[in-house]
Write a protein that binds this ligand. Structure first.
Ligand code: BQZ
Length: 690
């Protein structure tokens, strides 16, 4: 008998598992159980990208009358001078309720808090749509949920157009010409150069969504002229990079205020650069529809319309229609409560604990809010840290856990111990939740049940797998022992900002105890959780999926350790290298095959391989998946039908807030700073025309 089997047999005996069970089959994996039928309440109206908007000059432009007062007072150039040569023109036929009228406010409620405005040095704005409204990117993917699958490519945005060279090795990108930052400074290739050279290529700077050279296939940047640049690649037609130019990644900042603070251009230090624009700094220049004019800590962030916004409707009205945006600084759970009560205007209903109450309140005809469920696109996975060469600087205990996390039998033990139906029912009963195997979600067109390996709930198999991993319970206290003595103890990092995350974590702790593994919770608030997650200082981690598992085409490089800081479960150690296991290399190869081909059939095959390798090897332990619902106040017009709360991006991007409006007779009159504009960068508060 080999040493490994001998050790496993002994472990089995000490675990109270018959030696035969170890040798015998653990429960055979199956296809994932059929998810309960749950039809999205509303379906999108599918169009082609060219039906949504175009870039063109219009004969005349207009603005809210109160903004003209600023022009009359000599405080602002005329609207035609504030707009680019060819603004982005939203087509009326694609507007659900047609061109809108000016005025009113959208009152968001969020659970995050703004740290400062240096998104490019990793500062969070507090999520919940603040950053999505302030940071515009070269391309846009949020609205793609309405785009025909035959035309599925990222939408132009700050990048007006792009073209591939004959050999597919060079992408030439043309920026919108003549657009300006909210302080009037020109937007041009200088902003791109700074983003590329001093954010992406500078290893001392990590933007909020951790975009790195690997995000862009390690391309080479070159300026062509003030509005044109190229990216040159080592492999032909890496079309995926166009998705990597959407929100979160290629979203250039205002070089004219960032550059002087950057150490490469005379700035004091990287730390000073990161903290150069604290959250009390007002009117940080934006390309977004609104700029920050007030921040009352733990109370509210207020934005006012950006008079240089570069988008209009077909009548030439400069957007946005809404003059003001609120972000009440509360909790994510309170966002749902306020949206159905009508004291807030918007929520992504994503915590099932609130479903029944929210549905009940929204069902009342007198309810101020509409509630519409979309596809099952919210999913939770538990990641096991599989870096064994220093990521997160593990101590001896943590290192021993990582070695176990790299043992397939140990990972199988964890997945066998999960009663996913019970986990889902603990959140909400009914047809919402479905057991989730991990990896690609059913919400993506690349999902293939036949390529998805599902290990069914079975405690005996979990125990047998622990024994096969060489773990035993010598002192008979019900928990397997650590090699260094005492009980093996695993820490589980969880985001305490969400009831759902905490409830799932408590379910995991209980189920692992039944299988014989001691798990202790490390429950941190959002920003501390995100910092710990990114630093790798955790054994196991529960996380709600980001776009890559939901759409597969957004942030695709993050589906595997394709670069040193891309995957959720395995990043480079202190020496910059990643000690990938054989199956992880197969995942990397599958993702590179996907992003390296333009052939749709080859893409499908690559994702089938990815899903098979991911789930067969229990890369992460899938927990539960369920649909979210968009809750939005009934007074708003131009809300697209079937808008998912999360697909290529969050609903704050998907509903295209810059063309949402409130008919005059329904406006609340709740603006806190009516008839004012953002002042000079850094100045306090909004300014009136006179
Ligand atoms: C949506 C989203 C808009 C981040 C955040 C938050 C961070 C994560 C994630 C979601 C919040 C809302 O999600 O929960 O409904 O409004 O902001 O950005 O969870 O902690 O780091 O990935 O998007």
């Amino acid at each position: 008998m080999t040493k490994k089997i001998r050790r496993a047999a002994l472990a089995a005996l000490l675990l109270g598992v018959s030696a035969g069970a170890v040798a015998a089959e653990m429960a055979a994996p199956t296809a994932p159980p059929e998810p309960p039928k749950f039809d999205a309440q509303t379906e999108p109206v599918y169009v082609n990208r060219s039906d949504i908007f175009e870039f063109k000059a219009l004969p005349t432009y207009s603005e809210p009358a109160w903004v003209t007062d600023f022009v009359t007072a000599g405080k602002l150039p005329a609207v035609a001078e504030r707009l680019p040569k060819e603004p982005l023109v939203y087509k009326a036929a694609n507007m659900p309720d047609g061109p809108g009228v000016y005025g009113d406010v959208m009152r968001h409620v969020i659970g995050g808090r703004p740290e400062g405005w240096n998104f490019w040095a990793g500062q969070s704005y507090g999520w919940g749509g603040i950053d999505i409204g302030l940071v515009e990117c070269l391309t846009r993917t949020g609205p793609l949920f309405t785009v025909n699958s035959t035309d599925l490519q990222p939408l132009p945005n700050l990048a007006k157009s792009w073209a591939w060279s004959e050999d597919g090795m060079t992408l030439t990108i043309k920026l919108i010409e003549g657009a300006k930052w909210s302080d009037g400074d020109p937007f041009d290739v200088e902003d791109i150069e700074f983003y590329w050279n001093d954010v992406i290529m500078d290893e001392n700077v990590t933007p909020l969504m951790a975009a790195s050279p690997a995000t862009y296939n390690n391309a080479t940047f070159a300026k062509v002229d003030d509005y044109t640049f190229t990216l040159t690649f080592t492999e032909a037609f890496p079309e995926q990079v166009l998705y990597a130019m959407a929100y979160g990644n290629f979203c250039p900042g205002p070089a004219h205020v960032l550059k002087p603070k950057h150490p490469a251009h005379g700035g004091e230090s990287y730390e000073a650069f990161q903290n150069a624009f604290p959250s009390d700094y007002m009117n940080f220049p934006t390309m977004g529809g609104w700029a920050v004019v007030e921040h009352r800590p733990d109370d509210i962030v207020v934005l006012r319309r950006n008079p240089y916004y570069w988008k209009v409707d077909e009548a030439g009205q400069q957007l946005p229609y809404l003059d003001e945006m609120h972000f009440r600084l509360s909790t994510w759970g309170d966002r749902d409560v306020q949206a159905v009560a009508g004291t807030g205007d918007f929520s992504n209903l994503e915590q099932p604990e609130n479903y029944v109450e929210s549905l009940k309140k929204a069902a009342d005809p007198a309810s101020p809010a509409r509630l519409a469920f979309g596809p099952r696109s919210i999913g939770y996975q538990m990641f096991l840290n599989q870096s064994a060469n220093g990521w997160g600087e593990p101590d001896a205990r943590a290192q021993a856990v990582r070695e176990l996390n790299r043992n397939l039998d140990f990972r199988k033990a964890v997945t066998y111990a999960m009663d996913r139906q019970r986990l889902g029912d603990s959140l909400v009963k009914g047809p919402f939740t479905a057991p989730y195997a991990g990896g690609l979600m059913t919400s993506t067109s690349f999902y293939d049940p036949a390529s998805t390996v599902f290990y069914p709930f079975d405690v005996a198999s979990a125990k047998a797998a622990l024994a096969a991993a060489g773990l035993a319970d010598a002192d008979g206290n019900g928990f397997v022992d650590a090699a260094a003595g005492g009980d093996l103890t695993v820490t589980l990092l969880v985001n305490s900002d969400y009831a759902t995350d905490k409830n799932l974590a408590e379910g995991v702790v209980a189920m692992m105890a039944d299988a014989g593994v001691k798990v202790t919770l490390n429950s941190l608030t959002g920003k501390d959780y995100d910092n710990a997650r990114e630093a790798g200082s955790w054994d196991w981690l529960i996380r709600r999926n980001d776009q890559e598992y939901v759409s597969a085409v957004q942030n695709t490089n993050m589906l595997a350790p394709t670069g040193p800081k891309t995957s959720q479960w395995h990043q480079a150690g202190t020496d910059g290298t990643s000690d990938l296991q054989a199956y992880e290399q197969q995942l990397v190869d599958a993702i590179k095959a996907f992003t390296g081909t333009r052939d749709p059939a080859a893409k499908v095959e690559a994702m089938k391989t990815y899903q098979k390798v991911f789930t067969e090897n229990v890369t992460a332990v899938g927990l539960t998946a369920y649909p979210g619902a968009l809750i939005i106040n009934k007074r708003f017009a131009n809300i697209p039908a079937g808008a998912p709360i999360f697909m290529y991006n969050w609903a704050e991007d998907n509903i295209i807030r810059e063309r949402v409006f409130v008919p005059g007779d329904k406006q609340l009159g709740a603006e806190l700073h009516p008839a004012t504009l953002p002042g000079a960068p850094g100045s306090a508060g909004p300014v009136a025309a006179n």
